[in-house]
Design a protein around this ligand. Sequence first.
Ligand code: CO8
Length: 258
Amino acid sequence: MAYETIIVEVEDHVALITLNRPDALNALNDQLLSELVKALEDAQNNDKVRCIVITGSEKAFAAGADIKMMSEKSFVDVFAGDLFGPEAEGIMRIRKPIIAAVSGYALGGGCELAMMCDFIICSDTAKFGQPEINLGVIAGMGGSQRLTRFIGKSKSMDMNLTGRFMDAEEAERSGLVSRVVPAKKLMEETMTAAQKIAEKSMIAVMAVKEAVNRSYEVPLREGLLFERRVFQSLFATEDQKEGMSAFAEKREAQFRDK
Ligand code: CO8
């Protein structure tokens, strides 16, 4: 499918999705979000793809939801049409791992999109923020919920109430991102991480994603039980036999996703 607001490249088992609305700093409009969900679903259904990377430009991962698109909408429009609801659900349905490679601005919906990915690697130029308060609204896709769980109440309140931006160093210190790398190295480092994941058993990879995400959904005891049962279930796979035999035989495991 030909996309107009994103670029999709699949290479070496990694689908790289680049947000591409340079004139609007990759602001997320209906078209971009529906193209993004379609590309993610294609990656999910493509057996060659084992990891997904979402990135933007050097200046902006995404500067938020498209304010110009939203400005004339009424409450009825956004409530009845469930603005951004189906797209958010669509992204959450993806079971393959997704890494966000963030350079420049990740604001509002841009920060929220990055947080919907499984982890964030950012460049030293990255700036995160939930500036919706300046527009007379609040975050709508996780900025008051995921951000609070990731960086704690005090910092989340600060970000959401003042609308200030957080730089890369603070984002790493706060636990919002997993690594900060020099801007020039962002894609190289991210693709190396994606390749590393692509070498693993896809069954175990999907299990990790489900188990870690569950830690945000259920009480600890339930989460621990879920984790233990999934761990035990993986002993039904050939990849578990292969992974453990390869260790004992001092060779690289050859996983077959079975
Ligand atoms: N929406 C629409 N257009 C935008 C957006 C946006 N969010 N951000 C930037 N642009 C446009 C600008 O209007 C400008 O266009 P034009 O050249 O036609 O005037 C172009 O991008 C370049 O922007 P600037 O000239 O402003 O660039 P600067 O380098 O001076 O400033 C900033 C960069 C600081 C990023 C600035 O553009 C800015 O503050 N942008 C808005 C940030 C913001 O408020 N984001 C939150 C939006 S609300 C939101 O995300 C709600 C989320 C709810 C759920 C979302 C689900 C997806």
